[in-house]
Design a protein around this ligand. Structure first.
Ligand SMILES: *Cc1c(COP(=O)(O)O)cnc(C)c1O
Length: 391
């Protein structure tokens, strides 16, 4: 085995991404890249992935026209790509399943994962049960308390959920713990990272498995209206649903818009808007736009949606924003809630709080036809919606 990656893993003029990992993780990351490249060139692997996506995940997910909401927002046409209809309720399963298949192909019988809101943990637990792999999920103790139903779902699927007590006891600490555990067990375990983040090759692997979203949506929208939309919009936490939806439109004459969490204010610590608010820095093995305080420490973040509440943006999406190919907007907590309320009333669809950030900007795009990614369903956010909207 050579000690060099085949692919660059760098994005944009600033060379974002890369592999800032401890020595103990270099060998497993090199092996992972080699296994991924081999799998993506193996028709047998691709056939099995496609079949599992069809029969287990429920792909292709629907493209839904939303005429009543479009009229309310002054749009000519609005289409929703319905990842909320995928098994386990969000796009996370596309990546979890792809990486679980990759783990099995590599002869690894154990899976390690981290989760914040619990959606990635649930997706991993489901994929591992399906493929007969053991699954251990690291989760901050604070997140375990606020996402109790997802903890119960993971346990029903046979996963072990390990509370992380360090620091703020949320996602950032859970990632640290998962990476540390993987370093000690990498001979038998694979680490399934949940967004287009982390050291190379993870950002590439995750966005490759998520690209199915945009590949389907592009042909579905062409079939539905005979032309491409003017704008494609998605919310951006780490960037996996956004890249998955937008990358297949990259060469088209289509505006691409990523919406970050504006939280409850513009000051450091009150939001998770990394484009504009962040500076280049390294977190969890990759260089990207990172929210930092004046001393360069990773800053605190705030968002009503746990899935967008992360201080760094995935390096590929960050590079696309910096070069202007993707426009970055932000939606506040209040705007996201309003976006959700509108979709519920107009179309009978309850979106995840994360997805609601994308919906929140539809009226300010100045466009006629829009394709919006609905990354997940809102059942997990019911108590927040009830408290905020008085349902
Ligand atoms: C995790 C999650 C997100 C944010 O993650 P990305 O990697 O940016 O896609 C968005 N929506 C839902 C429903 C999620 O579960």
């Amino acid at each position: 085995m050579t000690m060099e990656f085949t692919l660059s893993g760098r994005y944009g003029a600033l060379g974002l991404g890369g592999c800032y990992a401890p020595e103990t993780l270099m060998q497993p990351l090199l092996e992972l890249e080699a296994a991924f490249v081999a799998a993506m060139g193996d028709p047998g692997f691709l056939r099995e992935l496609k079949e599992e996506l069809r029969t287990f995940v429920g792909r292709p997910t629907a493209l839904t026209s939303a005429p009543r909401l479009a009229r309310e927002l002054g749009l000519h046409a609005l289409y929703l790509k319905r990842e909320d209809l995928a098994h386990t309720g969000a796009h996370k399963i596309n990546n979890a399943l792809g990486q679980a298949l990759l783990a099995r192909r590599m002869g690894k019988r154990e899976v390690i994962a981290e989760t914040g809101a619990g959606q990635h943990g649930v997706a991993c637990a489901a994929a591992c049960a399906r493929l007969g792999l053991s699954c251990t999920v690291y989760m901050g103790e604070v997140d375990m308390a606020r996402q109790a139903p997802n903890v119960a779902r993971m346990r029903l699927f046979g996963a072990e959920v390990v509370p992380v007590m360090a620091g703020q006891r949320t996602l950032k600490e859970a990632v640290n713990e998962a990476l540390r555990t993987w370093a000690g067990r990498c001979d038998r375990a694979h680490y399934i990272l949940g967004s287009a983040l982390g050291p190379h090759p993870f950002p590439l692997i995750v966005r490759s498995f998520q690209s199915v979203i945009g590949e389907e949506a592009r042909s579905q929208v062409l079939e539905a209206c005979g032309e491409l939309p003017e704008v494609v919009v998605a919310c951006a936490g780490g960037g996996s649903n956004g890249l998955g939806l937008m990358v297949p439109f990259r060469e088209d004459k289509v505006r691409l818009v990523a919406v970050e969490a504006g939280g409850h204010g513009p000051a450091t610590g009150e939001h998770a808007a990394r484009v504009g608010g962040g500076r280049v820095g390294v977190l969890h093995g990759c260089k990207s736009l990172l929210l930092q305080d004046e001393h360069g420490w990773t800053a605190g973040t705030a968002s009503i949606s746990a899935g967008l509440d992360y201080p760094s943006l995935g390096p590929e999406l960050a590079a696309l924003c910096l070069e202007g190919r993707v426009e970055a907007l932000r939606a506040s907590d209040a705007e996201a809630l309003e976006g959700a309320r509108r979709l519920c009333r107009a179309e009978g669809i309850l979106p995840a709080l994360e997805s609601s950030h994308g919906l929140a900007v539809l009226g300010r795009l100045g466009a006629r036809t829009v394709l919006a990614g609905l990354s997940g369903r809102g059942d997990k956010d019911l108590s927040t919606y009830q408290a905020a909207l008085g349902a």
